[in-house]
Design a protein around this ligand. Structure first.
Ligand SMILES: C[S@@+](CC[C@H](N)C(=O)[O-])C[C@H]1O[C@@H](n2cnc3c(N)ncnc32)[C@H](O)[C@@H]1O
Length: 222
């Protein structure tokens, strides 16, 4: 094939772009819930990170999933989308805000795997020490300064994949200290210490996926 023909072929990527764009949202998430959550001002996982989260679950093929920070339930939906119906036994998701917990319960009742869900309305910091079963996949999207505590609390759950959201902090976690506004400096320092701790732990493999506000993925083998 002549090189000019090749150039024409690979420059016409419109069909590939269309395919990729169609994969940029979480399939089947009812649009009326998306609108309602936006009106209520409930923070949710960035829509570009949802298919990535679904894919990570699909690759892990977990039997038990644990989520900290149900919020509106969008990430819970993305997690369920990746679960293999023949394998998944239980997805436990924890949210301490009663209104958000109730909203998510209404949304998630519509998912085909709703019977595997255990939605808990509680403070995760109190609830986690009571879990004594294996959770192979853990997703954490709650208060960022609690991330080191969550990592410690899940250490006995025999997880193989753990994912933490908002690692980039809308860019502030990647800036030199002088460029960070004073109100964000403490949070940025906390995140920096957490990431350093994770990177230095020889028992884990860490990789940041720069999608949405940044997903930190951790894997462990036993
Ligand atoms: C960013 S939102 C989660 C969004 C959700 N993952 C989604 O995509 O729809 C974080 C949630 O964590 C909850 N949260 C924060 N700290 C918590 C705690 N200690 N226990 C339980 N829930 C907590 C907040 O109430 C909030 O709804």
């Amino acid at each position: 094939m002549a090189s000019s023909e090749l150039t024409v072929e690979i420059s016409d990527l419109s069909h590939v772009r269309r395919l990729l764009q169609s994969g940029q949202s979480t399939p089947h998430l009812p649009p009326e819930f998306v609108e309602q959550a936006a009106q209520m001002g409930v923070p949710a996982l960035d829509s570009s990170a949802m298919p990535v989260l679904t894919q990570l679950v699909r690759l892990t093929r977990p039997v038990r999933v644990l989520e900290i920070g149900t919020g509106a339930g969008f990430s819970t939906w993305a997690l369920l989308e990746g679960c293999c119906p023949a394998r998944i036994e239980k997805l436990t998701s924890i949210e301490w805000n009663r209104d958000r917990h109730d909203f998510a319960a209404q949304l998630l009742a519509r998912h085909p795997l709703a019977d595997r869900l255990d939605l808990v309305c509680s403070n995760a910091l109190d609830f986690l020490p009571m879990i004594d079963e294996t959770c192979d996949f853990v997703f954490i999207d709650a208060i960022k300064r609690h991330y080191p505590i969550y990592l410690e609390l899940i250490s006995g759950l025999k997880w193989t994949t753990a994912v933490f959201d908002n690692i980039i902090g809308r860019g502030s976690h990647a800036k030199p200290p002088a460029e960070i506004i004073p109100q964000r400096r403490a949070a940025t320092g906390d995140m920096e210490r957490f990431l350093r701790h994770v990177a230095e732990d020889a028992g884990m493999h860490a990789c940041v996926i720069p999608v949405g506000d940044g997903l930190l993925t951790l894997s462990r083998t036993y």
